[in-house]
Design a protein around this ligand. Structure first.
Ligand code: C2O
Ligand code: CU
Ligand code: CU
Length: 505
């Protein structure tokens, strides 16, 4: 088996330019940053850096995510209830942290449904003074059920989302708030959870599986969740502590020699992950939009930009021992001070103990994926970033085709059923994971420095990293009509303008 590294998104990225260079370039003509008036108060929701809690308890068992109860007895129907509400947790003994939760949980309850199900979920907004929405990330559902920022749930209100899960729209989806200009805050306060849609006929139904929902957390000394700093706003919040299912460096016990499927989410606002099990080969079996056509064996590393997901199958060695799930440093570009140290992280320990198990033989076919085919329209998106002095100090904005988000403006129009080729160019100083609502697309090729590289395999994705200096081409088809969002899934960039409205007619 050939060992190889697979970087999904920002493939085999070679660092170019560098954030510091970019920062200097943008700052030219301005004076020393430190003396800039208004610097610490210029951006909404921003705070002066305060001392943080630098260590959390580690080594506890990996929590299994609680499931949202299905209140329907009827086959083919899922009825559930969610409330966005605050709840308290002690990450550090004696220090209480207020979180935003779904039903008291962060991550929220896992929703599990099947291809073709009729879903109905009533959501109560119990957050004080904050609008919210629930966006069903990755699902191909009507635009008015998709939790767009134009459809807020007011504090105290209840909104029922109802939709049918389309055939073949299966995979590791998720849900999170998408209100206007408050998404990064509501997500880093704790609101996000997996939404798994299983195929009717699942080739891996007999394989043991574990969902790993990766988020991050920064805490002030008194236990409160830290607000975004200016570095967080510009670069995307990486978070001081990386959590798996809400725990730092948890332990998962497996049988020696056993095989397990991992469904892995990058649910952080702005941290890139480069995941590997200490060189133990993985079979890549799925991406954002579910199974690949066939497993890709011998992968030793997968990169996950914010909002991306992968599914991998790992067979652990025989005999007692441990394997660490690590995330290696990835240079995604950085603007300004407070660049994090490039350190590798131990995200989770897998402990092998007890009786040996037989490995699972993966089927060679997982699903059919037809290429989207010849496109009949093209679109070009050019990403941009700008820093300048606003009325209240420094202001950073992010753009697509020169414009920052305006929810009353339609930026792009597509005809229902048309296959389109989108070209997303990133001449900025940072990587940007670009996400399109309401459908799964197929990445065709990436271009860097005039060299085009075809995508290695066909896959359904809803988020693709566009590395700095890179152009990504993808094919996409929208069928359901109405306004769809597309944006950078570094949520701070989305908030600061890197989002647009696509109207499907
Ligand atoms: Cu996961 Cu528009 O978002
Ligand atoms: Cu989405
Ligand atoms: Cu971005």
């Amino acid at each position: 088996m050939k060992r190889r590294t697979l970087l999904l998104g920002g493939a085999a990225a070679v660092a170019i330019g560098g954030g510091i260079y970019g920062w200097r370039r943008m700052m030219s003509g301005m004076h020393d940053m430190g003396s800039m008036p208004g610097m610490d108060h210029g951006m909404p929701g921003m705070a002066v850096a305060q001392p943080r809690i630098s260590s959390l308890p580690e080594g506890r068992p990996l929590p299994e995510l609680a499931r949202l109860a299905n209140q329907s007895q009827k086959p083919g129907e899922f009825i559930g209830t969610l409330a966005n509400e605050t709840a308290r947790k002690e990450f550090v003994a004696g220090k209480s942290t207020e979180l935003f939760t779904y039903n008291g949980m962060s991550p929220g309850p896992l929703i599990e449904a099947r291809e073709g199900d009729r879903v109905s979920i009533a959501v109560t907004n119990r957050l004080k003074d904050r609008d919210t929405t629930v966006h069903w990330h990755g699902l191909d559902i009507p635009t008015d059920q998709d939790g767009n920022p134009m459809d807020p749930i007011k504090p105290g209100a209840v909104r029922t989302y109802a939709f049918d899960l389309l055939a073949d729209n299966t995979g590791p989806f998720w849900y999170h708030p998408h209100p206007h200009a408050d998404t990064p805050e509501q997500v880093y306060m704790g609101l996000a959870a997996p939404f798994i849609v299983r195929p009717k006929d699942d080739p891996l139904r007999d394989l043991a599986e574990t969902t790993l929902f990766i988020s991050s957390l920064s805490l002030l000394q008194d236990g409160r969740v830290a607000p975004n700093t200016m570095a967080d706003l510009m670069n995307g919040r990486e978070g001081d502590h990386v959590l798996v299912n809400g725990e730092k460096s948890p332990v998962l016990k497996v049988a020696p020699g056993s095989t397990r499927r991992f469904r892995i989410y990058n649910a952080t606002n702005g941290r890139y992950l480069r995941l590997g099990f200490d060189g133990v080969p993985m079979a890549l079996i799925g991406t954002d939009g579910g199974y690949l056509a066939a497993p890709i064996d011998g992968v030793t590393e997968v990169a996950l930009a914010p909002a991306e997901r992968v599914e991998v199958v790992v067979t652990f060695a025989s005999g007692a021992g441990r394997t660490i799930l690590r995330s290696k440093a990835y240079d995604r570009g950085w603007m300004g001070p407070a660049r994090p140290a490039a350190t590798d992280l131990a995200l989770m320990t897998i402990e092998r103990s007890g009786a040996e198990e037989k490995p699972f033989a993966l089927p060679r076919r997982l699903r059919d994926i037809a290429p989207l085919g010849t496109h009949v329209a093209t679109k070009r998106l050019e990403l941009g970033e700008r820093m300048g002095m606003g009325a209240s100090g420094m202001a950073m904005s992010f753009m697509i085709n020169g414009r920052s988000f305006d929810m009353k403006r339609v930026d792009l129009t597509s005809r229902s059923g048309d296959v389109e080729l989108w070209e997303i160019a990133n001449p900025t100083d940072m990587d940007h994971p670009m996400h399109i609502h309401g459908t799964q697309f197929q990445v065709v090729e990436r271009e860097r420095g005039g060299t085009r590289t075809s995508e290695l395999f066909i896959a359904w994705k809803d988020t693709v990293n566009v590395a700095r200096g890179e152009t990504v081409r993808l094919k996409v088809k929208h069928v359901l009509k109405g306004p769809r969002m597309y944006h950078c899934h570094i949520l701070e960039h989305e908030k600061l303008g890197m989002m647009g409205v696509l109207n499907v007619i």
